[in-house]
Design a protein. Sequence first.
Length: 186
Amino acid sequence: METPQGSELTKRPAIFFDRDGVVNRSPGGGYITRWQDFVINEGIGEALRLCRSRGFWTVLVTSQRCVAKGLITLEELHSLHDEMQHSLGAAAQFDSIHVFTGLPGTESLEKPNPGLIVEATEVLPIDLKRSWLIGDADRDIVMAQRAGVPSTVRVRTDHRVGVEATFTVDSIEELIKVLEQQLSVV
Ligand SMILES: [Mg+2]
C-alpha cells in the first residue's frame, strides 16, 4: 500500500533556487567560505515567502566545490547554511538544501547533471512537472531541463548566456513580479 507521502495526490511542485548570484551576492570567480562574506540579496526573503504561500516547496541546489578544494569543511558549510536559514527567518526558509561538493563519488550531483534535483525528490514529495528553477548560469537551466523541470527563470549576473531560460530577469524585484504572475496556488 502506498503511503500518503508517496502518493501522486500529495505531491507538490518545488521552486529550485541556485545559491550564489540568486540567493546571495555572487562571489565572482571565487567561493564564500565565511558567513560575514555571505550577503543575502535584497528581496529574496520576499520571493521565498511568495513561493511558500502559493504552496510550493523551496529547495536550494548549490555547487560548492570549495569543499573538495579544502577551502571550507562540510561542517562549516552546513553551519553557513544554518546561518542563512536563521537569517531568512521561519517563513522564508528552504525546505531542503542540496549541495554538490566535488568530493569523490558525487559526480552525478555536478550541474548540469540532474542529480541535485533527483536527490531532493528523495526527501520531499515533489511534482517535477509543475516545478520551477531559478538560476543565473547555463548549468542551472540545463540541470532543470535534464531533470524534467519545465519552467526556468534566469537572474542575469555576469554569467555568459548560452541557453535560454523560460524567463529572464535583471533583478530580484523583477523575479518577484514574474513569480506573482506565473505561480498559481497549489
Ligand atoms: Mg549561481
